[in-house]
Design a protein around this ligand. Structure first.
Ligand code: NAP
Ligand code: FE
Length: 373
C-alpha cells in the first residue's frame, strides 16, 4: 500500500474562480505574458476575466496569440523571446491542451536565452522557468494538473512530450463555464482524450491505490457524459460540462501518476499524418487496449465493465461512433515508416502496457485497422 505522490499545483475551482482569486496573480510579478490560441481564449470569456483581474491588481500584460493545435517548438521559442524582451515576470496560459502545454515550454525558453527550439528536448538548461498559471477551456488533456507538455517539432512534424517537476503550473483556475463555447466536435474529441487517460492509466503497470482513487471517480463520470454525447448528438448542458471538466482533471491526475499507454503514441501517428484531433486519434485504439486488457488482465477488465455498468460491445459501439474516423488507408511502406521511430527507443507508454507492447504490435494494429492491402 506504499505510494509516492507529487501534485504541486494549487487548484482554484468553481464559477468565477479567476475574478474571486485575482489577488493570486499579484504574487507572481508585475508583468504577465498571456499565451493563447487563435480565438478560444476570447470566445470562452476567460481572456476578459483575466484582463479584468490583472487590471484590478495593477499588472500589465503582453499577449502571444499564435499557438496552433499541436503546438510547435518554434512558436514556443518565438513567444519565449518576446516575453524575455518585454520583461515578463510570469505566464498565464488560456486554452485547451495546446496553449497550456505551450505555456510550459515558453516558460523554459523565456528564462533561458541560449536554448535553440530543439534543445528543449535535451532537458538541460541553467535557469528556472518562469512561473506558469493556467486556465483551461477544454475538458480533455488535464494539462492543468500534469507535469507534461506535448510539443511538435516543426521541422519533422513529429509530436514528442517533455515532462518533469519543472513542467507543472504553479496554480490553475478551473472554471468549467469556459468550456461551454466548445463546439460539439471539440467537446467529443476532448472527452475521449480524458476517458483514454483514465482507462490507459487504469491498465498501466504503474496503477496503484492513489491513482485508483482518481480513476474510479473519472471513469464512470466521463462514461456517463460520453453516452449522453453519443445518444443526444448535441451540445451538453452546463451540468454535463462541469462533469466533463472535473472528470478531465481527475483523469489528468491518473495520467500524472501512471502515464499513458500505446494508444497515445499510435494516436500521434494519426494526428501527424491524417490530421485526426488528439482525443479521437487515441480513442481509435481503445478496442485494442481493452482486448489486451482482457487477455492479460481479465479480472481488471471485468472490474472496469462493472465500473462502467456496461459491456465491451456497448463500450466499443459508443467510442467508435463518437470517434467517427474518416477512411484511412496505409500502405505497408507507410506503416513501416511510421513505426521506424520505435526502432531503437521503446517508449514508456509501450513498457507500461499489460504484457509490454512492441514495435511489431504497433505494425500489426495499424495493418489490421488501416492496412491498404
Ligand atoms: P486544443 O488543441 O488546445 O484546441 C483544439 C481546438 O479547440 C482549437 O481550435 C481551439 O481553438 C478550440 N477550442 C479550445 N477551447 C475552446 C472553447 N472553450 N471554445 C471554442 N473553441 C475552443 O485541444 P486539446 O484537445 O485540449 O489539446 C490537445 C493537445 O494537448 C495536443 O497537442 C495533445 O497532444 C496535448 N495533450 C497534452 C497532455 C498533457 O498532459 N499535457 C495530455 C493529453 C494531450 P483556439 O485555436 O482558438 O485555441
Ligand atoms: Fe491525451
Amino acid at each position: 500500500m506504499d505510494f509516492d505522490f507529487f501534485m504541486p499545483v494549487k487548484i482554484y475551482s468553481g464559477k468565477g474562480a479567476v475574478a474571486k482569486n485575482s489577488d493570486v496573480f499579484s504574487k507572481y510579478g508585475k508583468v504577465c505574458g498571456i499565451v493563447t490560441g487563435h480565438s478560444s481564449a476570447a470566445k470562452s470569456g476567460a481572456l476578459d476575466d483575466l484582463l479584468a483581474a490583472l487590471k484590478k491588481q495593477g499588472i500589465s500584460c503582453i499577449i502571444y496569440d499564435r499557438i496552433t493545435e499541436n503546438p510547435l517548438i518554434e512558436s514556443c521559442h518565438e513567444a519565449g523571446k518576446l516575453f524575455r524582451e518585454n520583461g515578463v515576470d510570469f505566464i498565464v496560459g488560456i486554452g485547451g491542451g495546446s496553449p497550456l502545454d505551450a505555456s510550459k515550454a515558453i516558460a523554459i525558453y523565456a528564462a533561458n536565452e541560449e536554448l535553440e527550439p530543439i534543445d528543449i528536448y535535451l532537458r538541460k538548461y541553467s535557469d528556472k522557468p518562469l512561473d506558469v498559471l493556467l486556465i483551461g477551456t477544454t475538458s480533455g488533456t488535464g494539462s492543468e494538473v500534469t507535469g507534461v507538455s506535448v510539443l511538435t517539432n516543426g521541422s519533422t512534424g513529429r509530436k514528442k512530450s517533455i515532462s518533469g517537476a519543472d513542467c507543472y503550473a504553479k496554480a490553475i483556475f478551473a472554471d468549467s463555464t469556459y468550456t461551454c463555447s466548445m463546439p460539439y466536435d471539440v467537446t467529443v474529441s476532448t472527452a475521449l482524450d480524458a476517458f483514454s487517460h483514465a482507462v490507459e492509466g487504469y491498465y498501466s503497470s504503474k496503477y496503484a491505490d492513489m491513482p485508483k482513487l482518481f480513476a474510479e471517480k473519472a471513469i464512470p463520470l466521463l462514461w456517463e457524459c460520453l453516452k449522453k454525447l453519443e445518444s443526444e448528438k448535441t451540445l451538453p448542458d452546463e451540468s454535463v460540462r462541469e462533469k466533463l471538466y472535473y472528470g478531465s482533471l481527475y483523469a489528468g491526475m491518473v495520467l500524472n501518476q501512471c502515464g499513458t499507454l500505446f494508444p497515445h503514441p499510435l494516436g500521434y501517428v494519426l494526428t501527424e499524418n491524417y490530421s485526426i484531433p488528439h482525443g479521437k486519434a487515441c480513442a481509435a485504439f481503445m478496442d485494442e487496449l481493452i482486448a489486451i486488457g482482457q487477455k492479460y488482465s481479465a479480472e481488471k477488465t471485468e472490474h472496469l465493465m462493472r465500473l462502467l455498468d456496461t459491456t465491451e460491445s456497448e463500450l466499443y459501439k459508443v467510442v467508435e461512433s463518437l470517434t467517427s474516423l474518416p477512411k484511412i488507408s496505409m500502405t505497408d511502406e507507410q506503416i513501416s515508416d511510421f513505426c521506424s521511430r520505435w526502432d531503437s527507443i521503446i517508449p514508456g507508454n509501450f513498457q507500461n502496457t499489460p504484457n509490454g507492447f512492441k514495435k511489431s504490435d504497433a505494425e500489426r494494429i495499424f495493418k489490421k485497422k488501416f492496412g491498404a492491402n
